[in-house]
Design a protein around this ligand. Structure first.
Ligand code: C2E
Ligand code: MG
Ligand code: MG
Length: 509
């Protein structure tokens, strides 16, 4: 707690007690001996009682604040060691509001050292100490660079994210971010501890007409967009909240298709029994000329609603077929690739012909292509869906049901759809270590899959404990950041040639 506040409360209590004692003495020594009316004396006593209640309350508040403060410091110590102290957001806003000087370059930086999805594991582990030591160093360096007072706040205890006020030029800030990024990575490697450190910074310049809380919010928006796009540090731009007008966005997508701005990343899938990578998922990214790399989350839904998705997915299929053809020519390792298709495309009359045409154009073995559909597909006209899926299978392609477990009709889907593979949704895998319900649901899905002769993939695996559990449950394949993030073609090829997982005796650990 702030020293000034503590001093005020203590001073008020002492003053109040002094007033009460003075009143009692006055009553006893002055009024009573001289026979003043009992009404006057009672009035004084009532007033004193009210004062007393007031000061007792003040005392209770003080006591509770001290306890809460102690708790706060204790938790901070547990999480950060004693080198760093953090304000909470409220205190941060109060302090920073007082010193903002919009004539200078000042920034609010939202900073998160690890992806939220791996936080839970990190919070439980001793590796946290190393991460925190690294953070302490980072903050010390950051604050020594700032030419003026700098403040830091922790957003909340369950969110490993910090808000920093800093006064320096944007170049200095970017340089510092680069240094920190490099150092934290090398330290985690040196100690041979697998902490998946991924620093993400969202930066927002303080502007005269924007409230501080809004600036904080904007820096957070920038950081989250950075996380989605795997961008380390990104500056807030107004378009992040305004969004493009629908027409502009649709035009931008059409232009992007024409200018070949979409690129395909590959995310490897690991087969637990053979301890080999046996395929990958193609995930599209928009490499925009003005905006940089954009995550599919930001445009796939829009493209679906505007009837542009079929063109994007065909584009992805074509890119994948080209890559496979090229890998074949160069004698590279050829593994099946699954491609996401959206339900809306099934209504395109030329859907099947388009797919067939692309595959034939590049003379790709259909066994190398898998089609990923999501469960919502099953809510559509099931006659149409089933007949299209059957035709795709007749062409030799495999069908994969993605995000399995999210919808309500999974079991029915297993019965009516001609699928070969199911992919368990990441949300179940996220909690598989700590939540027995998720664990048992995953176990049940795997045994259902086995009983129906389907391959089962677990998606979103980030640590060894999850791998261990899935292995015991006899899950077939695993996809997740534990093995690799989605990566561009070149990196994917090198990864297949040389990776730590296939080399090891026990490749899953
Ligand atoms: P999805 O098909 O379920 O793809 C898996 C998403 O989960 C990918 O995100 C992948 O990067 C992410 N993911 C997988 N493992 C992990 C993990 O261990 N940790 C974390 N944090 N994330 C993991 P991405 O690439 O952003 O794609 C998001 C969604 O966008 C996809 O979900 C899919 O529905 C859609 N999408 C992506 N590419 C295409 C495409 O070419 N066509 C269509 N129609 N949709 C696509
Ligand atoms: Mg998918
Ligand atoms: Mg999925």
């Amino acid at each position: 707690m702030n020293k000034k506040k503590l001093f005020n409360i203590v001073a008020t209590i002492i003053f109040g007690l002094f007033l009460i004692i003075f009143n009692i003495l006055y009553c006893t020594l002055v009024f009573v001996p001289f026979g003043y009316s009992s009404l006057l004396v009672s009035t004084f006593v009532i007033c004193d009682s009210i004062l007393l209640v007031f000061f007792v309350l003040e005392g209770v508040i003080l006591f509770r604040t001290i306890i809460e403060e102690k708790e706060y410091i204790k938790t901070n110590e547990f999480i950060f060691g004693d080198k760093i102290e953090f304000d909470n957001l409220e205190m941060f806003v109060k302090k920073v509001s007082k010193i903002i000087n919009t004539k200078k370059e000042e920034y609010i930086v939202s900073f998160s050292p690890i992806k939220t999805s791996v936080n839970y594991e990190i919070f439980q582990s001793k590796e946290l100490k190393i991460l925190n030591k690294e953070l302490a160093l980072y903050f010390t360096k950051l604050f020594s660079l700032a030419k003026y007072k700098t403040f830091k706040a922790r957003v909340s205890y369950d969110n490993y994210c910090f808000i920093i006020f800093i006064r320096c030029t944007s170049d200095e800030l970017l340089q510092l971010i680069k240094d920190v990024e490099y150092k934290s990575y090398s330290i985690s490697k040196e100690k041979d501890i697998r902490i998946f450190i991924q620093n993400y910074f969202g930066i927002c310049k303080i502007e005269p007409n924007v409230e501080l809380l809004e600036t904080i919010n904007r820096s957070n928006i920038a950081r989250k967009i950075g996380e989605y796009n795997f961008e380390k540090a990104i500056f807030f731009e107004k378009s992040m909240i305004e969004g493009k007008s629908d027409e502009n966005m649709a035009n931008a997508i059409v232009n992007a298709l024409r200018n070949k701005e979409f690129i395909v990343y590959y995310m490897p899938k690991f087969h637990l029994q053979t301890k080999r990578f046996i395929g990958s998922e193609a995930l599209v990214r928009w490499n925009s000329k003005d905006k940089g790399l954009i995550s599919p989350i930001r445009f796939i839904n829009f493209a679906e609603n505007r009837g542009l998705i079929h063109e994007i997915d065909l584009y992805v299929l074509e890119q994948v077929c080209k890559d496979l053809e090229d890998q074949k020519k160069r004698g590279k390792r050829l593994l099946p690739v699954s491609i996401n298709f959206s339900i809306y495309e099934f209504y395109t009359p030329t859907f099947l012909d388009d797919i067939k045409q692309v595959i034939e154009k590049y003379d790709v073995n259909p066994l190398l292509i898998e089609i990923e559909i999501t469960e919502e597909t099953t809510h559509a006209n099931s006659f149409l869906v089933i007949s299209i899926l059957k035709k795709l299978k007749d062409m030799g392609l495999k069908i994969l049901l993605d995000d399995f477990g999210l919808g309500f009709s999974n079991i029915k889907s297993m019965k009516i759809l001609p699928i070969d593979i199911i992919k368990i949704d990441k949300s179940f895998i996220d909690e598989i270590v700590y939540d027995y319900k998720s664990r048992e649901i995953v176990r049940a899905i795997i045994s259902f899959g086995k009983a129906l002769n389907l391959q089962v993939i677990a998606e979103g695996v980030v640590d060894a404990k999850q791998v261990e559990i899935l292995k015991k449950m006899k899950c077939d394949q695993i996809q997740g950041f534990f093995y690799s993030k989605p990566i561009p073609k070149k990196e994917y090829e090198s990864f297949l040639m040389n990776n730590q997982f296939e080399k090891k005796e026990d490749a899953s650990l």
